[in-house]
Design a protein around this ligand. Structure first.
Ligand code: ADP
Length: 370
């Protein structure tokens, strides 16, 4: 290499180095064995380490990952391992332990570095999200407080509207009666919304503790159907239930949580099915699980929206233009509640044809069939 080429190469190297060092997020590069080959100043600042502490060290060993309860993450569950195993970029939120042992919430994105299709290392970008997490906590606290405070005036509105409707304060003419019914319906909707918000804040703060007891799944499903039957009748939707399988209808689960889940699924099915359609709740009793299938002949979920359906505030385009009321919080809550009772939830849907939401509830071993 001649002198000027040498100067150009070293200038290029210095520029690349400056670029790497100026990145505002933490960046760690490793070799194919997971040993740290580079770390930028922001990465060192987030983790509280010096360069010498980290260079050459085995990344999972040096940078400890823990969950929100401080439990160390297994190597197999670390994003870098998943990136190496799958050959794909992995994003995850977690906590890293700083050098002083203090956990710090981080958003991680790690990609394998591939050469001829083979991983020769990994590059991880991570961001300190303490501030976002704190905002989120304050937001949840505020929602929880506001929801509690809204309940009191709402219950006064409901009580007095009912007293007026029941004629305790004199006879009403037709328009007055109709106006009051609208007030009661709106108050009921508001009450449901407050419950959803409260349940979500509880779920997000990890405060949902399942109270597992023996319960009859048929009784519970019938209760949900009964609660929603007038809604279905008003929309001229046939709402039915059927049971199959010779195993016990008694399961061990949390009654309140399960009812909330089923109520959400069945009320969505009724809401998103046009008049004249049907909603069928099929309960299949199996040896190791009970599968509830809430099937409707409604508008369905467009293919391109299907992977977002359990996301917070998500409402599909075909629904938003037909039904203005809705928050996109129901299924987000359902997903969290299903996790809390160790169930599984998934769906199949075809736009214009209908949707089936499946809920699988595990049976607990020592239960005898009846
Ligand atoms: P909301 O019903 O308040 O919009 P959800 O979280 O319960 O919120 O549902 C999110 C979205 O999922 C709905 O807006 C709708 O697009 C879609 N969805 C849920 N259930 C059904 C269903 N049975 N049929 C069609 N779309 C559905």
């Amino acid at each position: 290499m001649n002198r000027s080429a040498e100067i150009a190469a070293s200038e290029q190297k210095a520029r690349a180095e400056a670029l790497f060092n100026s990145i505002g997020d933490g960046v760690i590069a490793t070799d194919e064995f997971g040993r740290i080959t580079r770390i930028n100043p922001m990465g060192r600042r987030i983790l509280g380490y010096n360069k010498v502490d980290l260079l050459g060290a085995w990344f999972p060993d040096k940078v400890i990952m823990v969950d929100s309860e401080g439990r160390k993450t297994n190597l197999i569950d670390r994003p870098i391992t998943k990136a190496f195993l799958t050959g794909k970029p992995i994003s995850q939120k977690a906590f890293y332990l700083r050098k002083n042992g203090h956990p710090i919430p981080v958003a991680i994105n790690v990609s394998p570095i591939l050469a001829n299709g083979k991983p020769v290392g990994a590059i991880e970008v991570f961001r300190d999200i303490s501030f976002e997490e704190e905002i989120d906590r304050i937001k949840s606290e505020f929602i929880s407080l506001a929801s509690h405070q809204l309940r009191t005036p709402l219950s006064a509105i409901k009580t007095y509207s009912h007293m007026l409707l029941d004629g305790y304060m004199g006879d009403l003419n037709k328009p007055q009666d109709q106006a009051l019914q609208t007030i009661v319906e709106a108050a009921n909707r508001m009450n449901e919304l407050i419950s959803t918000l409260l349940n979500i804040t509880r779920m997000e703060s990890g405060a949902v503790a399942a109270n597992i007891r023996l319960l009859r799944v048929d009784t519970l499903v019938k209760e949900v159907i009964k609660d929603l039957s007038s809604q279905a009748t008003n929309k001229k939707i046939e709402l039915s239930v059927n049971f199959s399988g010779a195993y016990s209808k008694t399961i061990r689960s949390d009654r309140v949580i399960l009812k909330e889940i089923l109520n959400n699924l069945v009320s969505n099915a009724v809401k998103y099915t046009p008049s004249g359609g049907s909603v069928t709740v099929k309960v299949r009793l199996r040896a190791s699980e009970v599968v509830v299938d809430v099937h409707d002949t409604g508008w369905g979920i467009p293919k391109y929206s299907q992977d977002q359906i359990f996301s917070k505030f998500f409402r599909a385009e075909n629904i938003v233009k037909r039904e203005t009321t809705g928050t996109g919080l129901g299924l987000y809550l359902v997903k969290g509640l299903v996790d809390a009772i160790n169930g599984r939830i998934w769906f199949e849907s075809q736009e214009g044809k209908g949707t089936s939401f499946f809920l699988s509830l595990p049976r607990i071993k020592q239960q005898r069939a009846r």
